[in-house]
Design a protein around this ligand. Sequence first.
Ligand SMILES: [Zn+2]
Length: 143
Amino acid sequence: MSHEEQLQALRKYLKVRNKRYTVERESILELISDIEGRFSIVDLYQKAKKRDMVHAASTLYRNIYTFVDAGFLTEIKLREGETVFESNLNNKSEFMLCVGCGRLTRIDLPALEGLENRICKEYRFHSTSRVYQLRGYCEDCNA
Ligand SMILES: [Zn+2]
């Protein structure tokens, strides 16, 4: 999913829900679109600071769940009580994109991983990323 497509999905998602498209939200999208692995709000805050993005940690707290709701992030509650997030926008995620409301739904496809391994082995191909994406309408939009 290109950055342009991510922006489009975010805009659509916010518009359908009468939420404002803000500069803060756009730069948070930029931050999470190339983040690898699990991260906490503190990690995100430090990343923002490194890029000279001026965000109060409270801005990140306030907006992060918009991205969880939109399916861009998955929230993971650790046993120790800590909450971390994982981006669904990185290059090894599979998801369905609703073109009606912009919501992303992550899909876990272990079978796809097996298939990828088989193909790579057969062609002696070393894969570094993959794109698997279904586009259509979610249950709500389809109703
Ligand atoms: Zn939808």
